[in-house]
Design a protein around this ligand. Sequence first.
Ligand code: ZN
Length: 209
Amino acid sequence: MDIIICCFYIMTSLYLENVIIKMRKYRNLLTRDKINKEDIIQIVYKTGSVRKDVKFQKGKFYAYNALNKEIRYEEKEIYSNYDLFCLNHEIGHLQDDNSNRIFFFSIMKGIERMVFLPLYILSIALTFLYSSIFQVIVLIIGIVLLIFAFFQLYFICKYEKSASVYALSVINKIDIDIYEKFSDVCLKQQFLMELLEVQIVLFWLIIVG
Ligand SMILES: [Zn+2]
């Protein structure tokens, strides 16, 4: 069984590598046309149906903060169509966020990363010392992690996709095919990363179990 998971892991990794190469290629194409620093938010207002009360905050990367409904965008000297797409993608999350489901998923991801994953690794290590009790703990945490991962896969398919659909609907139509391809590989990248996590959890669950 573990051999099968290993084979899937290698195949997923190779596919992910291919997706990342394409992602870089489309990203480079989208950074050709430059946008003035002062104009980026104005363009977003003009092209989309963004509410005037949306809070934009400069930061290190593009993100939607579901807790205070704030859009973070990268602080840089020169912007491009790539930035416009990312910014509109985050606005897409905000437009989606009627029932705070994105907030729920963000909290879930945080708990997974900060609590369950470290506990899982620790429990796996401890099974080599105290096998029976930690075998049960690994089993329980592993199942919890798998449930979390499937929720995340659902989140990617539904909310990441719809945020990109929003972004594609408001950006300039000239390079639409490049935007579409970029959006597609970004989605695949997130999905494959989560899938790799599922495979690692499953692998150890079977080894320890
Ligand atoms: Zn997103």
